[in-house]
Design a protein around this ligand. Structure first.
Ligand code: NAD
Ligand code: UGA
Length: 484
């Protein structure tokens, strides 16, 4: 049976699905907030209520300074908020009023117990399912928006089936594929929307919501398990491409080849394609590593040892790439960075987001601090408190404790500054860790005047004009290129 099929509206209306759509989304994070804002913008007649336990986050969704920085998101939220888009902490009320409930809560890697360091922590999902069971009456559609291990819907269905007041449910899997930094465009023009489910009426109901602005050919339907697995597999494939090109970058540095030239040469093969071949200091973000480890855990659970080992290498290679970058800095700077000022340009895990979860910058900064470097960190969107919190977490032990030594190291050796020039002032080196556009247009002569000699530049994103910088007198080290 072929299960992957473009959506076709062939279903007769079901009695369960005749009333107007009212949406609740549990989880007002990087996915719940933007996704629901887009649905509300595109469907002015649909009430969308986004709820979260985190009062501070909800307050920011209701303010002019949204908790998520995404180009174009302010406009989308402003258009719908107060009209048909609401943010609150009234979880029970929102569940009881809605007939479609999205679950978009976090599913981090487990840090304790069975499967620690690999399996997904499904505590928040289970709590949501129990709360939905408790607060529901009549018939509701429950949509898994979070990224989940295959067969989680089975557990969700079992919990829902214990609903006290006779409520009934259909459960769908509708994973989100947006990337941070381009979320608004990804939501407006997705490559595809994936809906996995058992009830064709329920699938139809959700497809009709997306069908308001997304063409029907792009709405794919599958069985529940294919949908859950496709999300993990998609992230694993994307991350694998980054690790593959990063593996090649190490060979380029050893041989004199240029990784950007190699990426172009292989990417023009239409069977390979050019996207996701940008070599970097390593991939970050809250999902790639978490989802691959989740996949690895699933494979191990099903006794597929070789498959698990295969995917785990993607993460191993990424760790190597991050470590390799900081080691190269130390080695190049005469084997010591102790008491040397290093300007860190960028802390977010990629440009155009304020998200720092699993950012490669955290690992590089931690390694350099271990070497007693003095860091001056600048990121256009990440506040100082968040940078310090991430660094403290990076030094914390397995139960979250931070030693006095590391606390002091962060306090004395890290300053967070207001622009790229301040980070470079009197610095022995600059390390570019996020590819923010503004770094490409800095006044490099001014930077050079302010720096110590030799003026080292370590470009972890290959975004700077290397030839120009070398001509001006910098010593430039890029990813996947012989040093100049
Ligand atoms: P997030 O941490 O930004 O947001 C999750 C929110 O859920 C938090 O604000 C938290 O307070 C809230 N929450 C947790 N339990 C709750 C409960 N019981 N009731 C109410 N609120 C609760 O996470 P995110 O980045 O939005 O990711 C959410 C899910 O989407 C994850 O499974 C992730 O893998 C997946 N995903 C994320 C992205 C992304 O770009 N961040 C993209 C695609 C998929
Ligand atoms: C990724 C996927 O692209 C989304 O489809 C998915 O929905 C999402 O994960 C998720 O499930 O959370 P995201 O992590 O937001 O999105 O951003 P990406 O653009 O994928 O970048 C991830 C990391 O890889 C970043 O650190 C980025 O700098 C790095 N990267 C990406 C490279 O180093 N090289 C590349 O060529 C592409």
């Amino acid at each position: 049976m072929i299960v992957l099929r473009p959506y076709q509206s062939t279903i007769a209306p079901n009695m369960n699905y005749t009333s107007p759509v009212k949406i609740c989304c549990i989880g007002a994070g990087y996915v719940g907030g933007p996704t629901m804002a887009m649905i509300a913008k595109q469907c002015p007649d649909i009430q969308v209520h986004v709820v979260d336990l985190n009062q501070a986050r909800i307050d920011r969704w209701n303010s002019d300074e949204l908790p998520v920085y995404e180009p174009g998101l302010d406009e989308v939220v402003k258009e719908a908020r107060g009209r048909n888009l609401t943010f609150s902490t009234q979880v029970d009320a929102a569940i009881s009023e809605a007939n479609i409930i999205f679950i978009a809560v976090n599913t981090p890697t487990k840090s304790f117990g069975i499967g620690a360091g690999r399996a997904a922590n499904l505590e928040f999902i289970e709590k949501c399912a129990r709360q939905i069971a408790k607060c529901s009456k009549g018939h509701k559609l429950v949509v898994e928006k979070s990224t989940l291990p295959v067969r989680t819907a089975e557990a969700v269905k079992r919990i829902l089936s214990s609903a006290a007041n006779g409520a009934t449910f259909d459960v769908l899997s509708n994973p989100e594929f947006l990337a941070e930094g381009t979320a608004v465009q990804d939501l407006l023009h997705p490559d595809r929307v994936l809906i996995g489910g058992e009830s064709s009426e329920a699938v139809e109901r959700l497809a009709q919501v997306y069908g308001r602005w997304i063409s029907r050919e792009r709405i794919l339907t599958t069985n529940l398990w294919s949908s859950e697995l496709s999300k993990l597999a998609a992230n694993a494939f994307l991350a694998q491409r980054v690790s593959s090109i990063n593996a090649i970058s190490a060979l380029c540095e050893a041989t004199g080849a240029d990784v950007d030239e190699v990426a172009k040469a292989i990417g023009t093969d239409s069977r390979i394609g050019s996207k996701f071949l940008k070599s970097s200091v390593g991939f970050g973000g809250s999902c790639f590593q978490k989802d691959i480890l989740n996949l690895v855990y699933l494979c191990e659970h099903f006794g597929l040892r070789e498959v698990a080992q295969y995917w785990e290498q993607v993460v191993v290679m990424n760790d190597y790439q991050k470590r390799r970058f900081s080691e190269r800095i130390v080695r190049t700077m005469f084997n010591t960075v102790s008491d040397k000022k290093i300007g860190i340009w960028g802390f977010a895990f990629k440009k155009d987001t304020n998200d720092t979860r699993e950012s490669a910058a955290i690992h590089v900064c931690r390694d350099l601090l271990e070497e007693r470097a003095r860091l001056a960190i600048y990121d256009p969107r990440v506040p100082e408190s968040q940078i310090r919190e991430e660094l403290q977490l990076a030094f914390a032990d397995s139960v979250g404790g931070l030693s006095d030594k590391h606390k002091k190291l962060i306090e004395t050796n890290v300053t967070v500054v207001g622009d790229a020039y301040a980070a470079a002032n009197e610095a022995h080196a600059i390390a570019v860790l996020t590819e923010w556009d503004e770094f490409k247009s800095v006044d490099s002569r001014r930077i050079l005047e302010d720096m110590r000699r030799p003026a080292f530049v370590f470009d972890g994103r290959n975004i700077l004009d290397r030839n120009k910088l070398v001509e001006q007198g910098f010593e430039v080290h890029s990813i996947g290129r012989p040093s100049k």
